[in-house]
Each structure stands twice: as C-alpha cells, then as structure tokens.
Design a binder for this molecule. Structure first.
Ligand SMILES: NC(=O)c1ccc[n+]([C@@H]2O[C@H](COP(=O)([O-])OP(=O)(O)OC[C@H]3O[C@@H](n4cnc5c(N)ncnc54)[C@H](O)[C@@H]3O)[C@@H](O)[C@H]2O)c1
Length: 321
C-alpha cells in the first residue's frame, strides 16, 4: 500500500519514522509547504519530497494520505485527497472550526474513507486500563476524576490556538472517557481560562463537569502551564466504583478497597499506538473493517469538545443528544 505523508512538523516526523518501518506500506512521498522541514529526515530512502500536496497526490497516486498538517489545514488536505478518491488517516482533532468539521464529516458520509488518529486510547497503557475496567475490578463506576497537569511550551501552531487545552490535549482525554467507560456523554458544564502566570495566549486551563450514561459523574481539571507536579500526557485518573477505586497515577496503577491498596503491575509502555492505528487503518482500506476511531465514532468525541465550547460560551450546562 502506497502512502503520502503531509506535514513534516514535530508529529509528522514521528509518522515518517513509523511509516518507513512498516513492511506492508511504501512511503512513496512526503509533502510540507516548508522545504526546510525535509532536512529533519535523515534516511530519505526512496521517498519523494514535495512542497505542494496536490502535485504530490497527482504524481504519486497514493492509496492513502496521512494528514499530519496543523488542524486548521486538515480540511484542505482532506479535500485534495477525497477529490482524487484517496483515503485519509488524519491527525486529531478532525478540525478546529465546527464548519470544517461538518464539511469533513459530510465528505466521509458521501463515501470517502477517513480515520482519525486519536492515539492515546491505542496506547498499551490505556488498553491495559480498559482491560482491567472491563473485568469489572472496581465494579460499576459511579465517578471519575481526571487531573492533567503539564508544563508545556508550545512553539508551533499551538501558540495561536484559541483553546489549546481542549482541542490539542483535552480532546484525547474526552476520547479516553468514551473508550474506558463504553458510555456516551449526557451533559457537560465547562470553564476555560488562562491564569496570570501563564505564557499562553489561548486557554491553557479547563474545568469540566460531565455526566455520562449510567449516571457516571466526571470531574476534569487540566492545565498546560503548571509550575510543577507534572502528570504524564495521559493524565492521572481516579475511577471510583461500587467495589473500590482504580487509580492511574504517573505511570502506576493501584486498586484501593476496604482501606487496603494493591499495586497492579503495568506492562512496559511500548510506543505501539502508531502501529495499532496503522493496523486498523490498513484493515479498513483492504477489508472494510471499521476502525475504532473511524470518523463516524470520532465525531462523537469532537461533538463533546464542541459542547464544551458551547457550555463555556453560554455559561450553562449543555445536554448532548
Ligand atoms: N496524537 C498526538 O499525541 C499528537 C501530538 C502532536 C501533534 N498531533 C497532531 O499532529 C498534527 C501536526 O502537529 P505538529 O505538532 O506536527 O504541527 P507542526 O506545526 O509542528 O507541523 C505541521 C507541519 O505541516 C506543514 N503544513 C502546513 N500546511 C500544510 C499543507 N497545506 N500541506 C503540507 N504541509 C503543511 C507545516 O509547514 C509544518 O511543518 C496536528 O493535527 C496535531 O494535533 C498529535
């Protein structure tokens, strides 16, 4: 299967490495508007480099485009691919602007193949936690607390984003909530802010109160401009159930019940999410098996992010259909 990678920024370079490693994929080309980014690739192999994504598609006729351009360029790259009948594996979020989201979804609904690389849920960490939750160790969940705390300096498109805490990172955590619980959202109330000590232009902090199906109550507290006490990118999670509490905290997992704490050994966190995504995506292209984060599923995650924005703008609880 022949691939074209668009965007050779911080994340695109990682995709370049992962696509090059696959034996079932030929990385035929890479395109970035900025020629200087090509210098970041040491082993260029047989990959052809372009500044213009449309010319790259016309010349290489790839089976799929891996869209690792900034979020506000996702629509234009997807359209170029869809106009040529080329399938797309796109980075998250679907888009920044809701009109762009709806446009991209309508193209997919009209028959174009699109998966969103919402990678956190595909990590070995998240898959292990999901497995333990599925074994019902804490019992039926009643509440979930998520604490995300990073000291993150953004150098690229993030700098100009209006809501980086939500659309750049929080969207992964919202997606993880759906993945871990198997439940959808019922309502959401949010606040976004940028504290005086922040170096961010856009919102760097989020507080979200959510009710999910089965009446699971969720409290999310996230920040990107922490003084210290950083969590990992997955965030710290406290799952409270009728039998006890499952806690994921800085790469360790604990189960608390009846005043006792048991540590659960987590397997080494191998960086496998790229491969699992590519496995699901290639199965979709070759055999039509819908991937977990097919656009028809990922739109539910993005819709929650949009409901979070609506809640903030209107200052009220938003009920999700
Ligand atoms: N899943 C994750 O954990 C994760 C982490 C980082 C980034 N991402 C996602 O990856 C995407 C890229 O992020 P990044 O950090 O690499 O951004 P970046 O700004 O570092 O790189 C984007 C690159 O795309 C290029 N570009 C812009 N418009 C283009 C176009 N029309 N055609 C071709 N190239 C174009 C830019 O020149 C730049 O080199 C974003 O959607 C982001 O949300 C995901």
């Amino acid at each position: 299967m022949r691939a074209l990678l668009t965007g050779l920024g911080e994340w695109g370079v990682l995709w370049y490495r992962e696509l090059s490693r696959r034996t079932d994929i030929v990385l035929a080309g890479a395109s970035d508007k900025n020629e200087k980014t090509w210098d970041k690739i040491q082993d260029k192999g047989n990959c052809k480099f372009f500044t213009d994504a449309a010319s790259a598609m016309d010349e290489l006729k790839p089976d799929f485009v891996l869209n690792a351009a900034p979020p506000d360029a996702h629509r234009i790259i997807n359209d170029l691919a869809f106009d040529r009948g080329i399938s797309v594996l796109s980075e998250k979020p679907i888009a920044v602007n809701w009109d762009d989201v709806l446009h991209i979804v309508s193209r997919a609904n009209a028959g174009q193949k699109l998966m969103i690389a919402e990678n956190y849920r595909y990590s070995s960490r998240c898959r292990t936690i999901k497995e333990i939750l599925s074994q019902n160790k804490p019992g039926n969940l009643t509440s979930i607390k998520i604490d995300f705390n990073r000291r993150h300096f953004m150098e690229n498109y993030h700098k100009e984003m209006l809501n980086p805490i939500l659309l750049d990172v929080g969207i992964h955590h919202l997606d993880m909530l759906r993945y871990f619980t198997g439940c959808e959202f019922k309502n959401i109330y949010t606040d976004f802010y940028t504290p005086a000590e922040s170096w961010y232009k856009g919102f760097s902090n989020a507080v979200m109160c959510i009710t999910m199906e089965n009446d699971i109550k969720v409290l999310y507290n996230g920040r990107l401009d922490a003084h210290s006490n950083e969590t990992d990118w997955y965030a710290n999670w406290t799952f409270t159930g009728v039998n006890g509490i499952l806690r994921y905290q800085n790469d360790s997992l604990y189960f608390d019940t009846g005043g006792q704490t048991e540590q659960i050994t987590l397997p080494e966190d191998k960086n496998t999410s790229f491969n699992v995504i590519l496995d699901e995506f290639t199965a979709y292209i070759l055999r039509g098996t819908l991937p977990q984060t097919h656009i028809s599923d990922n739109i539910k995650t993005q819709s929650i992010a949009q409901a979070a924005v609506n809640s903030f703008e209107k200052g009220k609880v938003i009920y999700v259909d």
